[in-house]
Design a binder for this molecule. Structure first.
Ligand code: SF4
Length: 582
């Protein structure tokens, strides 16, 4: 009989795969389990994961890789393995004392997951949650279960805490915090000694870049940590509670090398805002991007032999308005290595596009003041709609078509707030701007400044305006996919059929008219005239020059002259609106 490894590390299968890019993981996190057949059909090989010769996982989430490094450095690399859940029985044996799981969405109770699974009917468990539960069941049933402790961490740990599921899932200890922490190492030591562990523990976060470890082995999607924290202080945000730290360039490059050395040809830098790297704890405020540092970093990454694909992760909108030249030059560097093609949108010769994830959250200035007053700095939050749409103009012009997240059902949200967000969305449509709009229902995240607030909890509670916002966003997202002759027809018929069969019962009467709009059953103009839907009010936007002129004069020295629109130009604030569209 095999002895097993002392420390076995794993994650739900759906969080370890990177077969088809980010989209499959996002889909798995939000689609209900009965829709798994869609992924099976589109990506028939998604379960075919790669292994090293010893059977360990060739790809694993970056956080798990860092835990692997910590455990190997403290307890010996021969005693540690990272494996896929299907291989757990192969590595867990009588000698195993720790099974550690990293997970970012084990129960599907956050962001898009809740609303999209309930959109599709009564079976609300997202595919991701199904695979996570299956993995926990497998660990529970292992014949050596009495000999080891099950420790769970990762960014999804709060879901377990929030739902009180730790015992049901068989966990001995739920850790909130980083692997590098001395407390995490102490926990592993306790578990190996067979000592009891606290059911829940919070461990400290490193305070500087040198203390953040980087992985020595390949990571899912080639994820390499770039920064922690953010600094814009949105009330609902969990990552912003961590210190603002930039990982040193040599460590990022070492992690890139570790990926390509092991045959992983794609890289993605993990960050809450890519634009703060190079400007953390410098004399310049972090919201004025360090152009040279960013161009140098990305250039070195995409020119590393073996890197064939590069994908952006998170960014913010204001830096695009602050430094459009940076966006232009980043596009020159990054577009050739982007695996994303948007033929109906991109002007790139190979139709390539960049799709970072950017928080739009709300078009209502009043709501923005309440929940994210610094989201647009150095611009005033009163100018948030102008910052969003001017930023999007600059991004679209350079073939960036971001995913734009929105929050629906915030605590205290009124019809007027939703109408203001709809105004911004309709303005975006009028101006021919494009971003993938991803509305989600407000989720109070543990530990954030809004953790005790309550928003909408069931789709039946959503008002007609909130449904209009959600479905208008999705209708606009479908535009690039509906250019074939058959697209609009099948879309209408399919939408009507699903509504008739299921959704009118699941989501209640407020859903009906917005659904008619979504499926284009009745022309929108007719529904506006009949008072069934809100038509949106045109927005008067500030030009970039006006926005720049509104920045506090003590910040003017950080602006780059080659972007034009100098704030001291006498006519800046009187400038006419530039032409719309891209
Ligand atoms: S900008 Fe994004 S990452 Fe930064 S605090 Fe706001 S929500 Fe969090």
């Amino acid at each position: 009989m095999h002895e097993g490894k002392l420390i076995v590390l794993t994650a739900p299968l759906t969080e370890m795969i990177d077969h088809a890019g980010y989209f499959i993981q996002m889909g798995m996190a939000s689609m209900p389990v009965w829709m798994e057949f869609v992924f099976d059909r589109k990506y028939p090989k998604w379960r075919e994961v790669k292994r090293f010769e010893d059977g360990s996982a060739r790809l694993a989430p970056a956080g798990l890789r860092i835990l692997e490094r910590v455990a190997a450095e403290n307890f010996g690399s021969d005693n540690v393995v990272v494996c896929y859940p299907d291989d757990l029985d192969r590595f867990i044996g009588p000698a195993t004392r720790v099974v550690a799981v990293s997970t970012h969405n084990p129960l599907g109770v956050t962001f898009a997951a809740g609303v999209y699974t309930s959109l599709f009917g009564t079976s609300r468990q997202p595919i991701n949650a199904f695979y996570a539960e299956r993995m926990f069941e497998q660990i529970k049933r292992n014949p050596h279960r009495a000999n080891f402790k099950l420790i769970v961490g990762g960014s999804g740990g709060w879901q377990v805490q929030h739902t009180g599921s730790a015992q049901r899932l068989g966990m001995d200890c739920l850790v909130d915090g980083r692997s590098e922490s001395a407390e995490t190492i102490a926990l592993l030591r306790q578990a190996i000694a067979g000592e009891p562990l606290p059911l829940q523990v919070q461990v400290s976060h490193p305070q500087d870049g040198a203390a953040l470890l980087y992985p020595h082995k390949p990571t899912t999607f080639g994820v390499v940590e770039m920064t922690t924290g953010c600094g814009r202080r949105c009330q609902f945000c969990m990552p912003d509670l961590h210190p603002q730290i930039a990982v040193p360039k040599q460590n990022i490059m070492a992690a890139v090398e570790a990926n390509v050395r092991n045959g992983n040809n794609q890289i993605s830098l993990a960050t809450e805002d890519m634009f703060i790297w190079g400007q953390v704890r410098t004399e310049t405020p972090f919201f004025f991007p360090n152009r040279e540092a960013l161009l140098g970093l990305y250039s070195d990454i995409v020119h590393t032999p073996g890197v064939e694909h590069h994908v952006l992760s998170h960014a913010t909108m204001a830096p695009a308005v602050v430094d459009p030249e940076l966006i232009r030059r980043l596009s020159e560097l990054l577009l050739p290595k982007s695996p994303i093609h948007l033929p109906t949108l991109s002007s790139h010769p190979q139709k390539k596009a960049l799709v970072p994830l950017i928080g739009l959250e709300t078009g209502s200035v009043r709501m923005a003041k309440q929940v994210m007053p610094s989201k647009g700095i150095p611009f005033r939050i009163e100018d948030w709609p102008s910052v969003v749409l001017r930023g999007l103009e600059i991004l679209n012009r350079n073939n960036w078509f971001p995913m734009l997240t929105l929050m629906v059902g915030n605590p205290g949200e009124t019809d007027e707030h939703v109408m203001e967000t709809l105004d911004l969305i309709y303005e975006m449509e009028r101006r021919g701007l494009f971003g993938f709009l991803v509305p989600s229902v407000f989720t109070p995240l543990e530990g954030t400044r809004m953790e005790h607030d309550v928003g909408v909890t069931q789709t039946r509670q959503l008002t007609r305006l909130q449904w209009q916002l959600i479905l208008k966003c999705w209708k606009m997202n479908m535009r690039p996919g509906l250019y074939s002759w058959w697209g609009p027809i099948s879309f209408k018929l399919g939408g009507l059929a699903i509504w008739w069969a299921k959704l009118r019962k699941t989501n209640g009467p407020n859903f009906t008219w917005p659904m008619m709009m979504f499926a284009s059953i009745i022309p929108e103009a007719l529904m506006f005239r009949a008072g069934k839907l809100y038509p949106g009010r045109p927005l008067k936007l500030k030009s970039r020059a006006e926005l720049i002129a509104s920045i506090r004069p003590n910040y003017w020295k950080y602006l780059r002259e080659d972007n034009g629109d100098p704030p001291y130009a006498a006519d800046a604030v009187n400038q006419q609106e530039p032409a719309v569209g891209y």
